[in-house]
Write a new protein. Structure first.
Length: 584
């Protein structure tokens, strides 16, 4: 049963459990008095814990009947307004379950989408959808761009702030990635309460504000703190982007839409040092921050043109407009009074606890978090290692050394262009006879290939990056298959988690994202130490060996993934609930 197309069953109105004909009959035999208003003040709470009909309920319903009947000769509009105010107050204090809403809403007064409704986000024009995707993509790009462009100015910051150890400067990248890890857990659920648009705008405004201190910082501590706060606020653009695309694109177009969207954020970390190197060389390290400040200001202003896309919020707004136009409080959508809607603390508690619980109790979440975090950590360590290999050892300037990441950019684009082939491989996988669908493990065929590609390319880079007598193009070419493997692992392993955990996929992804960002923030700290003390050959070989040791994880889950899923209490319960609902 689609949440956007609730069943068209005839239910009582939202205000009283009687029809219009019953209302007229009741009104003709009674007159309104102050006792009825008192009954309204004693309006019962509607909750899952108390659904019995009491005398107070009857008095309350009788009062509602009388004041809402248009042809009642004793109708008192002032008292009607007072009673409506009391009703709204009681409703706000009420926690209604979905069953309560289904029992209250009637077909005539239920605000919902029609098939060809022009206001339904799925029915918007392709131009409008394209603009939304373009804006969300650029907003995400600037956030991930800032994570790595910072490194290009490390030598300038060391000089200006008198920092002797390069590892200290890299802490700025670490705190930024920590902010990206923590932000979604706290801020992402706010879109469920207030909609995506206000959350996007508020987060971008605060993101822009927190960039300013980094532009004019007098000490390095200011940069560390403000970069964390920047990432914390900007993380919403990353975590909410898939939801925004899901709001406007039907299922058959989502894969293509997400692939196009990924071009910007996937290349953001690579574009960062490329652009950052030339900016630092020409203008100094502070301009790495000024460029982000200017860009985020423009994107924030442009973001005001992006409409709300979250369907429940749009229906609530439509229902509220309908109530104001008609003066009839019975008009509402099934999302008008959802259980715990105003209880942000409860929502945060679930959002903070469930991902961590799943991370430590679900083997699928645990091992995939380790694997993806390691791959992600190696990637971010590369952003500190490449300057050593190409700037320090080969003598390239800041701008030219940034171009060493072009190979990664090409590999990232190539991996995204492989999406049709990846989909074809997935569709050729055998269907599960029990469900009639392809199992989640079908997603891992591509990941297995990528898990081999990553360590092989790392070994090639390890033994061609030094000595300098080996042409520079060879290690850069090695980064092309490395980036391809990285992107394929990231995209298809996340798809595996989503298809495995269904309604709990957001929690599975959140736990994975936290682990990924933490390890991605910590591992770059060891880059200069490893490459200086071990030498580039042995340091890169060590990373390749780590990738080799973790490579069996996709094989194991491809072979025994179904058995592992069947031993998960959470997934067993999920399958049981789906069976009870008659879903496959």
């Amino acid at each position: 049963m689609s949440p956007l197309t609730p069943p068209s069953t005839s239910q009582p109105g939202a205000i009283g459990p009687v029809s219009r004909s019953e209302t007229t009959t009741s009104a003709s035999t009674s007159s309104y008095n102050e006792k009825d208003l008192e009954a309204g003040r004693r309006a019962p709470s509607v909750s899952s814990e108390s659904t019995d009909t009491s005398d107070d309920d009857s008095d309350y319903n009788e009062a509602i009947i009388r004041v809402t009947t248009a042809d009642d000769p004793s109708r008192n509009d002032n008292l009607l307004h007072a009673l409506r105010t009391l009703t709204k107050s009681a409703t706000r204090k009420t926690t209604r379950t979905q069953d309560d809403i289904d029992a209250t809403l009637g077909t005539e007064f239920e605000v919902r989408w029609e098939k060809d409704d022009p206001e339904y986000p799925m029915n918007w024009s392709l131009v409008k959808k394209g603009w939304i995707m373009f804006m969300v993509s650029l907003q995400t790009l600037i956030v991930v761009f800032y994570s790595t462009s910072y490194i290009s100015g490390s030598s300038g910051m060391m000089k200006d702030f008198g920092i002797k150890n390069q590892t200290v400067v890299i802490l700025g990248m670490t705190t930024y990635l920590f902010g990206l890890a923590c932000g979604p857990l706290v801020l992402a659920p706010l879109s469920e309460l207030y909609g995506r648009r206000p959350v996007y705008i508020a987060s971008l405004v605060l993101y822009t504000v927190f960039v300013i201190p980094s532009c004019v910082a007098k000490n390095f501590e200011t940069i560390l703190i403000c970069r964390f706060l920047c990432a914390f606020m900007g993380s919403v653009t990353i975590s909410n982007a898939p939801g925004s695309l899901g709001d406007i694109f039907p299922e058959e177009w989502r894969t293509l839409a997400f692939s196009v969207f990924c071009i910007a954020p996937m290349n953001g970390p690579v574009i960062g040092p490329i652009v950052g190197g030339f900016v630092f060389q020409a203008l100094g390290w502070r301009w790495l921050n000024w460029i982000v400040l200017i860009s985020s200001t423009v994107l924030t202003a442009a973001g005001l043109t992006v409409p709300e896309t979250y369907a429940p919020i749009l229906l609530r707004q439509r229902a509220e407009k309908k109530r104001k136009q008609t003066g009839d409080e019975r008009y509402m959508s099934r999302w008008c009074y959802k259980a715990g809607e105003g209880d942000i603390l409860k929502l945060l508690k679930v959002n903070l606890s469930r991902p961590l619980i799943m991370l430590f109790t679900e083997p699928i979440c645990t091992f995939w978090a380790i694997y993806i975090a390691a791959i992600y950590g190696i990637l971010y360590l590369s952003f500190t290692a490449y300057p050593i290999v190409f700037a320090e050892l080969r003598g390239w300037g800041p701008g030219i050394s940034g171009l060493s990441f072009v190979g990664m950019g090409i590999g990232t684009l190539f991996a995204i262009c492989l999406e049709p082939l990846s989909r074809k491989i997935y569709n050729h996988h055998a269907v599960d006879p029990e469900t009639g669908k392809r199992p989640p493990e079908a997603r891992l065929t591509v990941v297995i290939f990528a898990s081999i590609l990553v360590p092989v390319s790392l070994f090639i880079f390890a033994w061609t990056c030094y000595p300098t007598s080996i042409h520079w193009v060879v290690p850069i070419l090695a980064s092309v298959p490395y980036a391809i493997g990285n992107v394929l692992i990231f995209l298809h392993s996340n798809a595996y988690l989503v298809t495995s955990y269904d309604i709990y996929s957001a929690s599975a992804m959140a736990g994975n994202a936290v682990t990924r960002s933490i390890l991605g923030g910590v591992m770059p700290l060891f880059g200069p130490i490893m490459y200086h003390n071990m030498g580039p050959n042995r340091a890169a070989t060590t990373l390749a060996c780590v990738a080799v040791m973790l490579a069996p994880i996709p094989f194991v889950f491809y072979k025994w993934g179904k058995k592992i899923r069947m031993k998960s209490p959470m997934l067993v319960q999920l399958q049981k609930e789906k069976a009870e609902r008659g879903e496959e």
